[in-house]
Design a protein around this ligand. Sequence first.
Ligand code: FES
Length: 136
Amino acid sequence: MADEIYSEIILDLYKNPQNFGHLKEYDIKASGGNPICGDEVSFEVKIDQDKINEIKFVGEGCAISKASSSLLTEMAKGKPLWEVKKISNQDVFESLGGVIQTRIKCALLGISVLKMGIEKFEQNGKRKTEVQNLRI
Ligand code: FES
């Protein structure tokens, strides 16, 4: 049964994701997905003095990609951008309670899209930035 490969953390967050939805205003909107399965995630981020003040996400994806995106919003909130960019793949795997080899791309979907969005924002002189169709 498919559920057996998911930890309790993943199943809980899949059913009740944190910070799911849209912000009224944002400085970064980064959307992208995994072209192999078609799963997509989109983050909206409000920045205040180089820190992530608010962050929300929406997306259609598997349990692991949704849970990891949800956990990521919790990890990133209140942190300076430089610190968010340092969140490692290992940090993501640990937050999920471990990830099996075949689902690594699922676990990294959110962090990859968010980091690409932050990079574009910085390249854009920290002005409002929207990036779509990012592919991991
Ligand atoms: Fe598509 Fe997990 S199956 S991201």
